[in-house]
Design a binder for this molecule. Structure first.
Ligand SMILES: NC(=O)c1ccc[n+]([C@@H]2O[C@H](COP(=O)([O-])OP(=O)(O)OC[C@H]3O[C@@H](n4cnc5c(N)ncnc54)[C@H](OP(=O)(O)O)[C@@H]3O)[C@@H](O)[C@H]2O)c1
Length: 253
């Protein structure tokens, strides 16, 4: 019997990471998910996956602290050995993140650095630290944002980092090609999660405005993105490489 594939999903305790984990688990993939502070939520996701018959582990990780990545790699290697008897995993989803909505003129260096550390430096060096653990032929999905294509006031720093992740996606696809590792970016539109204080979900006016600018007439739900992430990782999509795929229902077309 061939062993099942394993996906590492950062920020799997809530929102899009959680949803992608559940989609993948339903499709037969085992999951290592990370959380930052919400351990109970992460363990609940792992328990839900275990109940469905797949294996899952939850590990703590701050993607904004690259100094912690070697220790995380060790913890991950120990979990892979203990739970799966393996030295490697198959899919990496660089998903963890926060939103800061502040006008360009008022953005502080501390806010810029926090977004940089989490969204760009974190994904860059975490992927680097994971390279020895990712199977040849594996796949990586980086979470970008629709805001890297269109511009809404208040997201200059956040969107600049997401633009960076799209460029990084192409470079990773190029440099990891010899190992047959496919690397793509998914750029969600506005999705109803806790992200940015849950504004898309909880602010009716914002929700209506985005729905009105979307070809399919509503904002996104976690299932809209989780399903797309899973498809890119396990679907017959292996010739898609180095691409940015917007998952937004067609916003601002
Ligand atoms: N929702 C949207 O509208 C939207 C649109 C475009 C792109 N995105 C992108 O999609 C990704 C996921 O967003 P989401 O909507 O799922 O957000 P969310 O519901 O707020 O969940 C964020 C997740 O990231 C984790 N996290 C936050 N800061 C972290 C840190 N410093 N280190 C490690 N993990 C951290 C959280 O862990 P804890 O639970 O432990 O706090 C949680 O699991 C992000 O990269 C975001 O930029 C979201």
């Amino acid at each position: 019997m061939t062993s099942s594939k394993i996906a590492l999903i950062t920020g799997g305790s809530r929102g899009l990471g959680r949803n992608a984990a559940l989609h993948l688990a339903r499709a037969g993939v085992d999951i290592v998910l990370t959380y930052h502070s919400r351990r109970a939520e992460a363990e609940a996701v792992a328990a839900e996956i275990a109940d469905s018959g797949r294996k899952a582990a939850a590990l703590q990780l701050d993607v904004g602290e690259s100094a912690g990545f070697p220790a995380f790699a060790q913890a991950l290697a120990a979990a892979l050995a203990e739970t799966w008897g393996r030295k490697s995993f198959d899919f990496l989803v660089n998903n963890a993140g926060i939103g800061i909505n502040v006008p360009f003129a008022e953005t502080t260096e501390a806010q810029f650095d926090q977004l940089m550390n989490i969204h760009l430096k974190g994904a860059f060096f975490l992927t680097q630290a994971m390279l020895p653990l990712i199977e040849d032929g594996g796949r990586i999905v980086n979470l970008s944002s629709g805001l890297a294509r269109f511009s809404l006031p208040g997201f200059s720093a956040y969107a600049a980092m997401k633009g960076g992740i799209e460029v990084l996606t192409r470079y990773l696809a190029k440099e990891l090609g010899p190992r047959h590792i496919r690397v793509n970016a998914i750029a969600p539109g506005a999705i109803e999660t806790d992200f940015g204080g849950g504004a898309v979900r909880d602010n009716a006016e914002m929700n209506r405005a985005i729905a009105g600018a979307t070809a399919l007439g509503r904002v996104g739900l976690p299932d809209d993105v989780g399903g797309a992430v899973a498809t890119l990782l396990i679907g017959e999509t292996g010739w898609i490489n180095g691409q940015r795929i917007e998952v937004s229902g067609g916003v601002f077309l």
